[in-house]
Design a protein around this ligand. Structure first.
Ligand code: 5GP
Length: 194
C-alpha cells in the first residue's frame, strides 16, 4: 500500500466556484484515505456552519498569537480584516491517522503549500465557467452582503489569473463531471507510490 503519511492535497478556487461540493465529493469517495483539514478563521460562522467542524472559529487576537507562535504552515488575510490559516497541528493530526489532509484554501495559500511540499502535494484549481455565473451562484447562495459579494467577485477575477500554477485545472461547468474528474485525479495521486 502506498504510504500516505506525507501526502497533502489542496483544492483552490474562487469563492462560489463549487469548491465545497467537490471537496465533499472527494471526502465521501475516499473516507479511509482523506480527511478535511479544518482551518482557523476569524470571520463569523454562517448559520449552517459548526465550530471545530467547518472551521476553528477564533478571535483576531487568538489568531495573531498563533502567527507569533509559528503554529501555521500557511495563513492569509483572505478578505479585509479576516484571517484564515492552516495549523501545523491539523496536518500532523491527519497524517497520524495515516490519511492525507484535504485543504480547501485560497489561491495564495495553495501556492504556498505547493512550495512547502513540492514533491508530495497535489493541487486542483476549480474554475467557474465565467465571472457572471460565479456572481449568479453567489447571489443564489444568499450568504453575502452586497459589499462582501463585490469583494468576492473582485478577488475571483484576480485569482483566476493564477490558475496555470496548479497541477490540474478542473472546469466546473457541470458539477457531476467536475466531481468525477477530481476523483480520478485524486485516486491516481493517493494510490501511487510517488
Ligand atoms: P469562506 O469565507 O467562503 O469560508 O472562505 C473564503 C476563502 O478562504 C476560500 O477561498 C477558502 O478556501 C479560503 N480559506 C479557507 N481556509 C483557509 C486557510 O486555512 N488558508 C487560506 N490561505 N485560505 C483559506
Amino acid at each position: 500500500m502506498a504510504d500516505r503519511k506525507n501526502k497533502i492535497i489542496t483544492i483552490v478556487a474562487p469563492s462560489g466556484a463549487g469548491k465545497t461540493s467537490v471537496t465533499n465529493h472527494l471526502l465521501q469517495s475516499f473516507p479511509d484515505q482523506l480527511a478535511f483539514s479544518i482551518s482557523c478563521a476569524t470571520r463569523k460562522p454562517r448559520n449552517y456552519e459548526k465550530d471545530n467542524v467547518d472551521y476553528y472559529f477564533i478571535s483576531v487576537n487568538e489568531f495573531e498569537k498563533k502567527i507569533d507562535n509559528e503554529e501555521f504552515i500557511e495563513w492569509e488575510m483572505v478578505y479585509e480584516g479576516k484571517y484564515y490559516g492552516t495549523l501545523k497541528s491539523e496536518v500532523e493530526r491527519i497524517w497520524q491517522q495515516n490519511k492525507s489532509p484535504l485543504l480547501d484554501i485560497d489561491v495564495k495559500g495553495g501556492i504556498n503549500v505547493q512550495q512547502l511540499y513540492p514533491y508530495n502535494s497535489l493541487s486542483l484549481f476549480i474554475e467557474p465557467p465565467s465571472i457572471d455565473e460565479l456572481e449568479r451562484r453567489l447571489k443564489a447562495r444568499g450568504t453575502e452582503t452586497e459589499a462582501s459579494l463585490m469583494a468576492r467577485i473582485n478577488k475571483a477575477s484576480y485569482e483566476l489569473s493564477f490558475k496555470q500554477q496548479f497541477d490540474h485545472i478542473i472546469l466546473n461547468d457541470d458539477l457531476q463531471r467536475a466531481c468525477t474528474e477530481a476523483r480520478d485525479i485524486v485516486a491516481k495521486f493517493l494510490f501511487s507510490d510517488k
